[in-house]
Write a protein that binds this ligand. Structure first.
Ligand SMILES: [Zn+2]
Length: 148
């Protein structure tokens, strides 16, 4: 998995993703309603796992049947991430992490660029980024590319 995505997952588990609730906790005076659904408070658990928008992304993913039972439990986001990474095979676990990253990007596109990424696009962007990273890391392993 790319270092960028790894770092992002670590931040989810440490609860240091700057969601609106997190900003409010730090005394930033901002709206606390979820940027994606505009109905509930935007914390990590809601944004990535309970928001209807994100749920729709998860339900379109082939790995959904393996994680559905975990998502429907009353866990915190760190527990959800750990449990899901335990049940998924390496390939699916990497895809899962890239989808989380892509959901966060969707949220930021909406907040900062006023662009609403379609949920199908959120899923395909996650898969593309995983694919690109794999191609790049395969290239580095061939003898034709000199090591830096
Ligand atoms: Zn929401």
């Amino acid at each position: 998995m790319s270092p960028r995505v790894k770092n992002f997952i670590w931040r989810i588990c440490r609860n240091c993703i700057p969601t609106r609730m997190r900003l409010r906790d730090k005394w930033v005076n901002c709206d606390i309603v979820c940027s994606l659904c505009n109905s509930e408070e935007e914390d990590t658990l809601h944004l990535f796992f309970h928001c209807p928008s994100s749920c729709s992304v998860w339900s379109m993913w082939e790995g959904y049947s393996s994680i559905y039972a975990i998502l429907s439990q009353d866990y915190d986001s760190k527990t959800i991430v750990f449990k899901i990474l335990q049940v998924l095979a390496a390939e699916d676990a990497a895809a899962f992490c890239c989808i989380l990253w892509s959901i966060w990007k969707q949220r930021n596109d909406k907040v900062w660029n006023k662009v609403t990424d379609a949920n199908t696009f959120v899923l395909s962007r996650a898969k593309d980024s995983l694919h690109e990273w794999k191609l790049a890391s395969n290239l580095q392993q061939t003898d034709f590319v000199p090591r830096q």
